[in-house]
Ligand binder design. Structure first.
Ligand code: AMP
Length: 304
């Protein structure tokens, strides 16, 4: 039984108050699958890149047990390119450039062996592509987790609503939750969004942690206070990868276990922001993850 990851594999150019990068490797699926690989080792990837993409990065994914048979390489086209600039608070950013390139007409083809998918995570991509993949799976996965962003909420809202209706968990940030629901209060927003389909909703609040909503329950997990945040790019995807990877590893999709998954997601995201792009995730060890989880548990220990 596998965990299937759909999303972008991309080039990013990032500007933060601490520095600037030229084109580096990023993309929602890159962060999600790398993060999930710390928890689960039967990972399959569906995405697309152009002929300009470094095969070396694909080898790195493979070395972490991530199957890339479902990653199409369009030799005569260019890889998706995104560029963003962070504000001084590092919690908000402006998208400067989105060049869809190969993503413009991406048809998410599914290798036959990926049909054993038990858990599906739909990383940030056009919602119609996300729903096409769901339709193509021979069996409905036990859990469908979805991520999206402001770009799709404003350019493809109706298709986004259709895809949302097919999912179990939505992971978005506070700004996106407000945009999608039209409500400022996150409590009201959470009810409106859950009425659109997903029974579970995670709202990420950057350095202020994350909220998990289900029925009448709310769980809050803080973010680890860090001395240095270099680049928040991919933190949301890394969260989603850790969250879903942990659920897949434990095989338990109850609300109680999802609380733990939120803590693991937050743990992984806290690493991601410490260096530019995927750099930190690539040098991480299982022991690093264990140590940081411990810090997290002590952070909210109220001593009762
Ligand atoms: P995050 O910081 O978690 O929201 O994710 C950032 C990643 O999302 C970057 O690596 C981008 O390549 C990718 N990304 C940005 N815009 C899009 C988009 N419209 N569709 C798919 N991926 C995107």
């Amino acid at each position: 039984m596998s965990l299937l990851v759909l999303g972008s594999v991309a080039f990013d150019a990032i500007e933060t108050p601490f520095g600037k990068t030229d084109k580096i490797v990023g993309g929602s699926a890159s962060y999600i699958s790398l993060s999930a690989s710390f928890f689960y080792n039967n990972l399959n990837l569906v995405s697309v890149v152009g002929g300009d993409f470094p095969t070396n990065f694909l080898n790195i994914l493979n070395s972490r047990g991530i199957d890339t048979q479902g990653l199409q390489i369009k030799h005569n086209e260019k890889t998706f390119f995104w560029s963003g600039k962070y504000h001084n608070d590092m919690n908000s950013r402006d998208t400067l450039i989105t060049e869809l390139n190969v993503l413009g007409d991406f048809d998410p083809l599914l290798p036959e062996k990926y049909n054993d998918c038990k858990y599906l995570i739909l990383g940030n991509l056009h919602p119609a592509v996300q729903s096409t993949l769901i339709e193509r799976l021979k069996n409905k996965p036990e859990l469908i987790v979805m991520d999206t962003m402001n770009f799709w909420i404003s350019t493809a809202k109706n298709q986004l609503r259709d895809t949302l209706a097919l999912t179990d968990v939505l992971i978005i940030n506070d700004e996106e939750a407000r945009q999608l629901s039209g409500e400022y209060s996150l409590l009201k927003a959470s009810r409106i969004i859950r009425n659109m389909g997903p029974q579970y909703l995670v709202i990420k609040k950057g350095e202020h942690g994350a909220l998990l909503f289900h029925k009448n329950e709310i769980f809050y997990c803080p973010a680890l206070p860090l001395e240095e945040v270099f680049d928040p790019t991919g933190a949301g995807d890394t969260f989603a990868g850790g969250f879903t990877g942990y659920l897949a590893k434990t095989g338990d999709t109850s609300f109680t276990n999802m609380k733990k998954a939120v803590v693991y997601g937050s743990t992984m995201a806290s690493f991601c922001v410490e260096k530019f792009g995927t750099e930190k995730l690539l040098e991480l060890t299982d022991d690093n993850v264990k140590e940081r989880l411990d810090l997290f548990l002590r952070l909210s220990d109220m001593g009762f």
